[in-house]
Design a protein around this ligand. Structure first.
Ligand code: GAP
Length: 437
């Protein structure tokens, strides 16, 4: 099922590290894989959870004006009529009559198959939504769709959230969840996949204030990537021109990251006007207006959307963190992940597996794991254990040695500089905890 993808040398190294260290595996690998679906292993799930938590805290916990939501993946089929996805969520598709490969007509320049030179079919419109059937009968009336974006779950719950939360406009609703798109040209590892997670926030504003809030959210979202530890020079803005704008958008900017395969979108900030609420009001027959007491005015709010991918953000942090250097004639590979999102915050090692060192190291490990994610390792030479943790992106390695048994101090080795400093065991929570929280 999985089509072999040609990847660039950098991506090959990253994909191989992700497999080796248990970040990300091909879905159903023992059966040959399933096209563009990926599984997150022990370190990957920690990393992605940390990225999502970082987003959730920034967008909800640290603010008073945004509420959280977790809507169902399956929604009433009319939602997708109202949203425009049934009519418009399509890509033009051509098939090669010879090798059967499939392409998006708008991404190829020749009239012949780019892979084998064979003849291509006429373009036909291909809807990217996955269809399934609800209930035991497979007939047209029971068709439901796997949501292609999380946003619609927010629009249809606008009043449900507004009333109990007693929010006033401007306010927002944030959601993290899975989305599905039957992409014709998925690829570049977890960059474009058919099953992925979105982190979306819809901010409801008075129509006269759309530009102000659009600018505000552009700045917030830009700063979020910098806080995540992404290098400033690797991100840029891309403004959507008239031809590029989605049917719902009045204005749209993408934040792009410079991957090894080029500058690519990682998040979109959109001014969706009142398109979504007016369409859902029309298709559901429900009044979705808002009465603004301060203005003594009833109106359909405009929506400023920030839409990021959790998998894409995870790829950005992995790609941005990947680092190689020569150390004593050997190549050291490290992931310089921000301590805030690193899967393991600290590793604890006994220098040798004797003289009471494992007992002390295990005691430190058990104490620290009450505070943050730690890992215990006593296998092999200490240098190799450091290298394994470098590849896992672990910012600190704590080593119990001979001196520990005399004065209760340990070495703390920092991943990026490889510098070691000595600290009292009793100070470790404070020394490390402050940086990884
Ligand atoms: N609600 C608006 C919306 O969904 P989008 O530009 O289609 O807008 C927003 O998607 C973000 O979702 C993208 O910037 C990307 O991070 C992520 N995304 C979209 N399609 C994806 C895919 N096939 N695989 C991984 N992430 C995807």
């Amino acid at each position: 099922m999985a089509k072999k993808q040609s990847v660039d040398p950098f991506m090959e190294k990253l994909v191989s590290l992700c497999k080796r260290r248990g970040f990300i595996f091909q879905s159903s690998e023992i059966y040959g894989g399933l096209g563009s679906c990926w599984d997150y292993g022990p370190l990957g799930v920690e990393l992605k959870n940390n990225v999502k938590r970082f987003w959730w805290e920034a967008m909800t916990h640290r603010r008073d004006d945004i509420e959280g939501l977790d809507a169902a993946i399956l929604m009433h089929p009319k939602v997708w009529e109202a949203s425009g996805h049934i009519a418009g969520f399509t890509d033009p598709l051509v098939d090669c009559k010879q090798c059967k490969h499939r392409f998006r007509a708008d991404t190829i320049e020749t009239v012949k198959c780019p892979d084998c030179g064979g003849e291509l079919t006429e373009p036909r419109m291909f809807n990217l939504m996955f269809k399934t059937f609800m209930g035991p009968v497979e007939e047209e009336s029971s068709v439901v769709y796997m949501r292609p974006e999380t946003a619609q779950g927010i629009y249809v719950n606008f009043h449900n959230v507004l009333q109990p939360s007693r929010q006033k406009i401007p306010f927002g609703i944030a959601q993290i969840g899975k989305a599905f798109r039957n992409e014709i040209t998925p690829g570049n590892f977890i960059f474009r996949t058919r099953e992925f997670e979105q982190m979306e926030m819809q901010y409801f504003v008075h129509p006269s204030e759309d530009q102000k809030w659009f600018d505000y959210w552009k700045e917030q979202r830009w700063n979020w990537y910098l806080e995540l530890g992404i290098r400033r020079e690797k991100i840029r803005w891309h403004e959507h021109g008239q031809g590029e704008l989605a049917h719902y958008a009045k204005a749209a900017y993408d934040i792009e990251y410079e991957f090894s395969f080029g500058w690519k979108e990682i998040e979109g900030i959109h001014n969706r006007t009142d398109f979504d609420l007016s369409r859902h009001a029309e298709y559901s027959g429900k009044d979705l207006t808002y009465f603004d007491q301060g203005r003594n005015e009833k109106y359909l709010p405009y929506i400023i959307e920030t839409s990021a991918g959790a998998d894409r953000a995870s790829l950005v942090v992995l790609a941005d963190a990947y680092f190689e250097e020569e150390v004593k004639g050997e190549t050291r590979v490290a992931l310089r992940l921000s301590p805030k999102i690193a899967p393991i915050k600290a590793a604890v090692f006994p220098l040798v597996k004797k003289d009471g060192m494992p007992e002390v190291a295990l005691k430190i490990y058990h104490d620290l794991k009450k505070h943050f994610k730690v890992f215990y390792d006593d296998g092999g030479a200490v240098g190799r254990r450091y290298r394994r943790m470098d590849e896992a992106g672990t910012p600190y390695c704590i080593t119990v040695d001979g001196q520990t048994l005399e004065d209760d101090t340990v070495t703390v080795r920092e991943r990026d500089s490889m510098e070691q400093t000595r600290h009292k065991i009793a100070e470790l929570v404070e020394v490390i905890g402050g940086k990884v929280g």
